[in-house]
Design a protein around this ligand. Structure first.
Ligand code: NAD
Length: 286
């Protein structure tokens, strides 16, 4: 394990543009259950999975019932959102924020809807599947802070008149084009990707590592896409192997909890930095 952590630190130190991709596993240690892990919501309750798959259609056909479900007046979805409200970032979230503050990590692209990366202090966060802290209009595409919208009358309405939904991207709903474009630009720019706590089965998010691999080695004339000479390094941190591990997409798989492994990576990176500084500063050497 130690050798895998050292390898990750060496790769991060050698990278010019490292980004993180994260999933529900990042937040299980904050008390928010994932969907498909061994004690995930869907692993233990198949009905909840079926409801989630029809939620977007429900919004389109009956926005009031959709809101009653989301606010916990019916079904089990409200309980999940309540758990998110109570949660605080864990050591894994703080470690990614620290890597960004150290200048190592440039961006986090997350599937999580819980806002915990931002709460932990990460600055550049792309919420690929939206956020529970915002509402979105699918007609004029505007977003509104959830706390600014009155929910006394359901469904809440946008100033354009259309019904608002949670900003969260439900199954069968397209990823909003702004966040999709920005995420793809980050993926095409990075030379290191650290993928944390995702089962990597939900597309198009799960295709992002493959997109990074598809980046050309040299800039394509007039394409606007920069090439990179050495290819992308993909490190995966997860409790269990995923299709990325089995499919050989990941160069390195570190098995365990993100709340343990990411802080260990940060500590090792800081130790390596200060050893390097000592080596280069004649005043600090014997
Ligand atoms: P998932 O439930 O499909 O998979 C979670 C993965 O993380 C599993 O492979 C599991 O083994 C691993 N894992 C669980 N705890 C871990 C830990 N402490 N350390 C390391 N690995 C751990 O999650 P996903 O791939 O993100 O699925 C996609 C959907 O789930 C997304 O659309 C996301 O919005 C939604 N979701 C979000 C939250 C959240 O915002 N916290 C919670 C549940 C589901």
């Amino acid at each position: 394990m130690d050798s895998l952590i050292r390898r990750a630190v060496d790769d991060l130190a050698a990278s010019e543009y490292a980004i993180a991709l994260t999933g529900a596993g990042m937040s299980t240690e904050s008390g928010i259950p994932d969907f498909r892990g061994p004690s995930g919501i869907w692993t233990t309750n198949r009905k909840a999975e079926a409801q989630a798959y029809r939620r977007y259609e429900l919004f389109l056909n009956d926005a009031r019932t959709y809101w009653e479900e989301m606010l916990g007046m019916r079904g089990t979805c409200g309980m999940f959102y309540e758990e998110i409200e109570k949660a605080a970032p864990n050591a894994g979230h703080h470690a990614l924020a620290e890597l960004e503050a150290l200048g190592v990590l440039k961006c986090v692209i997350t599937q999580n809807i819980d806002g915990l990366h931002r709460k932990a202090g990460s600055k550049r966060v792309l919420e690929y599947h939206g956020s529970v802290h915002a509402l979105r209009c699918i007609s004029c595409r505007s977003r509104h802070a959830r706390d600014d919208v009155c929910l006394d009358v359901l469904p809440p309405r946008c100033i354009c008149g259309a019904a608002l939904k949670y900003d969260v991207v439900h199954f069968n709903e397209a990823i909003p084009s702004d966040v999709m474009k920005e995420s793809e630009a980050e993926v095409l720019r990075c030379d290191l990707m650290i993928i944390c706590g995702t089962s990597a089965v939900v597309h198009p998010f799960a295709s992002l590592p493959g997109l990074a691999r598809s980046r050309p080695y040299r800039s394509l004339p007039n394409s606007g896409i920069p090439g990179h000479e050495k290819g992308v390094t993909i490190i995966e941190v997860n409790d269990e192997p995923t299709p990325l591990t089995h499919g050989g997409v990941s160069d390195c798989f570190i098995r365990g909890k993100t709340g343990d492994l990411l802080p260990a990576i940060v500590e090792e990176a800081k130790r390596a930095r200060s050893a390097l500084a000592t080596e280069h500063d004649p005043l600090l050497r014997d």
